[in-house]
Design a protein around this ligand. Structure first.
Ligand code: ATP
Length: 636
């Protein structure tokens, strides 16, 4: 009932607006209504009404705090009637105070006032709490409303955007559709293009192949054109040749006739030539026979530059064949006075004579060897008189001595002889006789084998040296190579044995074999080219043995020549290796040429006289006639 009364006294003013509230102490009714007028359910409803809009109210609806709430509060006019009823009811319950008892009634009222006052105070506290809560809720609601408004705006914007995007999407969709169509169209075109590209590729390959074929054909065409041009030129040329051929055939017939006649003439001429050559040989031989089969020439060596200061004896060349040597002895010497001697030979070579001059005379002897005679050419004289220079010569063709010139001549004449039907074979050997021992100069082996002079046949007309190397020579170059090899071998030996080359006889043997198949003739001849050891007497005992051998072989040579001169029945060839070896070249069936080499030095006057005297002796043996070694092939 109390509560009901409290509720009926709810103030007319809205509770939320604190500042607008009237002062509680001024209105007793209002205080009472607020302190006890609200039930718990009302309070809850009141709270819910304030909070509900936050959760459940639509965002768009604005809060309506006071006006609506105040509307829910019962109008003040109604409240008095209700209070009246309540007072009536409570009056019925409370002990009845006598109306006159004012004091009691006053105390009762005081008590009631106190109760109402404490209730009012509680209500005030609660009101404050509720107001605070309300303010908080209000703030939250306002924040939520602002947030809601913001979200609403955002939502609106988003919706706008969405609408815009949707429009754009629609337009994009349309675009996409268009693009899709276009893409499909393009795909179709691309497929078409791919087909076209593929077919173009095939065409390109075909084109390349055709280009290669075309190039090949062009090249062939070009070469064929060139060939055709060449053929055309050839055809023209052939036409000309054909015309010339016809002409030549006619000429050929004439020439064949002429050649047949010429061949007959040539044969006749060849016969005449062969006869003439034979006659010439006979004549040459006759001349040589008349000149003598042993011929002697004297050669005077010119002093060398290094010898310019050496005193010379007088040497007068009297004519082409005679010289006079003269030495005036000093007054204080043992042999005082003038020593003058004259000598005559087949020819004199002065210090000015060249190698060519010498060979011009000697070549007749080489010719004799080519004509089939055995020939021996030897150089005699004291050491250093120019024997080796005369026989072998110096370096360079101009300085060539008799040996290289002889071989050159043989090979030059070989061509002429071949034209006359003679085939020549040349063999060469080189040996050295030192202290009566034969050394093979073509054998470079240090272990020297034993060499003996032996007879070729029972007649004893031909000799050979056992174990001697004999090389076939195909050209003068071959021969020069062998000559140089022999020279080197001789020099090596000379180095081992000092001055051996001056103290030994060196022999170059050239064997010529000629065959004329047509005339059935054959001959062999030996050309011995000898560089004798120095003829002077030994000056030291160390050289005595050598000198003995040299002197012996030279005196044996002298003896042989003298025996031949005096037509002795026994010729002592075998007394020395030298004479034995030269037997076929010195004997009746041979031609011999001796070159006596002399110096013009005063100190050599004695040895010069000895050499000239020996040469004179040899020169006097000229009576025996040489015989050609010719045989008929049938007799071989
Ligand atoms: N007619 C010449 N003209 C120029 N120099 C020459 C002539 N004769 C010889 N000589 C030179 O004189 C020197 C001696 O000559 P060579 O060696 O031929 O003498 P040799 O009699 O053979 O001596 P040996 O008996 O020692 O062998 C050499 O240097 C040679 O070149």
């Amino acid at each position: 009932m109390k509560q009901f009364l409290k509720m009926s006294r709810i103030p007319k003013y809205p509770v939320a607006a604190k500042e607008n509230r009237p002062a509680i102490s001024n209105t007793r009714n209002v205080t009472r209504t607020i302190g006890s007028g609200l039930s718990e359910t009302d309070k809850k409803n009141l709270l819910l009404n304030h909070t509900k809009p936050m959760r459940n109210a639509p965002v768009a609806s604005a809060p309506a705090p006071r006006i609506k709430r105040s509307a829910t509060v019962p109008a003040p006019s109604v409240v008095p009637s209700k209070i009246t009823k309540v007072e009536k009811k409570s009056a019925a319950v409370a002990p009845k105070i006598a109306p006159y008892d004012y004091k009691a009634r006053f105390n009762d009222l005081l008590e009631k006032h106190k109760g109402i006052k404490s209730e009012l105070s509680e209500l005030r506290d609660k009101h404050v709490e509720v107001s605070d809560e309300y303010e908080r809720v209000k703030e939250t609601v306002e924040g939520s409303i602002a947030e809601r408004d913001m979200l609403k705006e955002k939502l609106l914007n988003t919706l706008k955007d969405l609408r815009q995007k949707s429009i754009e999407y629609e337009s994009l969709k349309i675009d996409h559709e268009i693009k899709k169509q276009e893409n499909e169209e393009l795909l179709g075109k691309a497929n078409l293009l791919e087909d076209i590209t593929n077919s173009l590729k095939l065409k390109s390959l075909e084109f390349d192949r055709l280009k290669i074929e075309f190039d090949e054909l062009s090249r062939r065409h070009k070469s064929l054109s060139e060939e055709a041009e060449a053929l055309r030129v050839l055809t023209d040329h052939l036409k000309k040749i054909s015309v010339e051929h016809d002409k030549l055939q006619l000429d050929y017939k004439d020439i064949v006739d002429v050649m047949t006649k010429t061949k007959t003439d040539t044969d006749a001429l060849q016969n005449i030539l062969a006869t003439m050559y034979t006659d010439q040989r006979v004549l040459r031989n006759t001349v040589q026979d008349l000149k003598g089969n042993i011929r002697v020439y004297c050669r005077v060596r010119p002093p060398l530059e290094t010898e310019a200061s050496k005193p010379l004896y007088n040497l007068n060349v009297l004519d082409a064949c005679s010289i006079e040597v003269e030495k005036i002895e000093l007054l204080n010497s043992v042999r005082k006075g003038k020593s003058q001697h004259s000598f005559s030979f087949d020819g004199i070579f002065t210090p000015h004579s060249t190698q060519e001059d010498v060979f011009a005379e000697v070549s007749q002897m080489v010719q004799s060897a080519l004509d089939g005679y055995n020939v021996c050419i030897f150089a005699y004289g004291q050491t250093g008189s120019g024997k080796t220079y005369t026989m072998e010569g110096g370096s360079g063709e101009e300085q060539y001595g008799i040996i290289p010139r002889a071989i050159n001549m043989i090979f030059t004449c070989m061509g002429d002889l071949k034209r006359m039907g003679w085939d020549l074979a040349i063999k060469a050997s080189f040996l050295e006789i030192y202290n009566e021992v034969i050394y093979d100069l073509l054998n470079s082996c240090k272990d020297q084998v034993n060499h003996e002079i032996k007879m070729m046949n029972s007649k004893g007309t031909d000799l050979y040296v056992s174990n001697l190397k004999e090389e076939e020579v195909k050209s003068s170059h071959d021969f020069i190579r062998l000559l140089l090899f022999a020279q080197r071998n001789r020099q090596t030996a000379a180095t081992i044995n000092n001055e051996r080359s001056s103290r030994s006889h060196s022999v170059a043997q050239i064997k010529i074999t000629a065959i004329n198949e047509k005339r059935k003739e054959k001959f062999t001849s030996n050309l011995n080219l000898v560089d004798l050891a120095g003829s002077e007497s030994g000056k030291t005992t160390q050289r005595m043995d050598e000198t003995k051998h040299i002197n012996r072989s030279l005196s044996e040579l002298s003896k042989v020549i003298l025996s031949l001169q005096t037509n002795q029945s026994h010729i002592p060839y075998r007394n020395s290796k030298l004479t034995h070896l030269l037997m076929p070249s010195l004997g009746g069936n041979s031609k011999t040429l001796m070159l006596v080499n002399i110096n013009q030095f005063d100190e050599c006057f004695g040895e010069t006289l000895n050499s000239l005297r020996f040469a004179t002796k040899v020169n006097s043996c000229r009576s025996i006639k040489a015989k050609k070694n010719l045989t008929q092939l049938g007799d071989l």
